[in-house]
Ligand binder design. Structure first.
Ligand code: GLA
Length: 391
């Protein structure tokens, strides 16, 4: 780091939209403009979703003769004009590259040309870089490759959020902050399914929740540096770009219960919230889910603490997250039948010792009081989540 300026970025988990899950490699300039417009029209921008990130496949298959990245013919007005379009809507603009010779889809990437590309990004008005792990690595370790881009971004005269996409392979939570990262993928790619088949591409929602419970990375997580369980799949299904491109066997869209669990867990984990759906056809249910103020307040709580499990191992799970004025408690049903799940404030991440607690159901807004006992009835694969405040 040349100074402390980049540490002022991403004080809460970044929120926005990314093109990959909906459009995969077919993304065009028109899709990005439509997404920016839709963020405004749907109220998502007002709710806090601010980054518009173009994922893989925006670049031409050849660099210029000096090694600079060039936009593909699907971005006819170029990246500076697209950044302007996004900025004109009070949104921020993101691009993608890879810490290797090529991107995951085989386009030119940034290893060995970090400074040159960081200068391009800054000149175009880029506010966020997602930096993947594909291509030839020239024998270099991940930490070295990611540090090279971190230094390049810190050297340019623009604030750029640095999103490390290393899939959690080399425990990036141990070094992500120190190479200038503001978030780092902790897991493999999330697909639009509850569980993935072990022999197919990616992880399902429940697989990622299991992985986040297993990796013990919560201590690294907080303002300025976030574990990233991957972009949201709410609104996606069999026909989404990623499902088709990666040939994922997606038989049906996620159910409402599965979508609630997906969003509840990402907010409880204080995860970056990057929407991955086509915003021009977002359902009312999904829009209301993604703009639930009570859930977003848990995700964006200023302490930036990652939620962790208090009870696992059977079909009734309890997870909690300390908040500035209390805590959030999630009750998750992994089984096939409705069940009541109960706990007590003394067993979860809520400040103990108060005589009374106020409880608010984050789905319904219903409020009640308790001396400490908490119990919720939960549908299969669903998650009840409450905010608990002493006094
Ligand atoms: C990897 C990343 C994804 C996406 C694709 C693009 O799989 O993990 O998030 O960026 O590459 O090719």
């Amino acid at each position: 780091m040349t100074d402390d300026r980049p540490r002022q970025l991403a004080r809460t988990p970044p929120m926005g939209w990314n093109s990959w899950n909906a459009f995969s490699c077919d993304v065009t300039e028109a899709d990005i403009r439509a997404a920016a417009d839709a963020l405004v029209d749907t109220g998502l921008r007002e709710a806090g979703y601010e980054y518009v990130v173009v994922d893989d496949c925006w670049m031409a298959s050849e660099t210029d003769s000096d090694g600079r990245l060039q936009p593909s013919a699907d971005f006819p007005n170029g990246m500076a004009a697209l950044a302007d379009y996004v900025h004109d809507r009070d949104l921020k603009f993101g691009l993608y590259s890879s810490a290797g010779s090529h991107t995951c889809q085989g386009y030119p990437a940034s290893l060995g040309r970090e400074r040159l590309h960081a200068e391009q990004f800054a000149a175009w008005g880029v506010d966020y870089l997602k930096y993947d792990n594909c291509g030839d690595h020239a024998g270099r370790e991940a930490v070295d490759r990611y540090a090279a881009m971190g230094e390049a971004l810190a050297s340019v005269d623009r604030d750029i959020v640095y999103s490390i996409c290393e899939w959690g392979e080399n425990a990036p939570w141990e070094w992500g902050r120190n190479v200038g990262g503001h978030l780092w993928r902790a897991t493999d790619d999330l697909v639009a399914k509850w569980r993935a088949n072990p022999d197919e591409f990616g992880l399902g929602i429940a697989d990622v929740i299991d992985r986040m419970a297993a990796i013990d990375a919560a201590a690294a997580h907080g303002p300025g540096g976030w574990n990233d369980p991957d972009m949201l799949q709410i609104g996606n299904g069999p026909d989404s770009g990623q499902s088709e491109h990666e040939a994922v066997d997606v038989q049906r869209p996620l159910t409402k219960a599965e979508r609630r669990s997906h969003f509840a867990f990402w907010c409880l984990l204080a995860a970056p919230l990057m929407i991955g759906a086509d915003l021009t056809s977002l359902s009312t249910f999904d829009r209301e889910l993604l703009t639930n103020e009570r859930l977003l307040a848990i995700d964006q709580d200023s302490l930036g603490i990652q939620g962790t499990p208090d009870r696992r191992g059977d079909d009734a799970e309890v997870w909690s997250k300390r908040l500035r004025d209390g805590g959030a408690v999630a009750f998750h049903n992994r089984g096939d039948a409705e069940r009541e799940i109960s706990t007590h404030v003394s067993a979860v991440g809520v400040p103990a010792g108060a005589d009374r607690y106020r409880v608010c159901d984050c789905w319904t807004g219903t409020e009640w009081e308790t001396g400490g006992s908490l119990a919720m009835t939960v549908e299969p694969r669903d998650t009840a989540i409450v905010r608990v405040t002493p006094g």
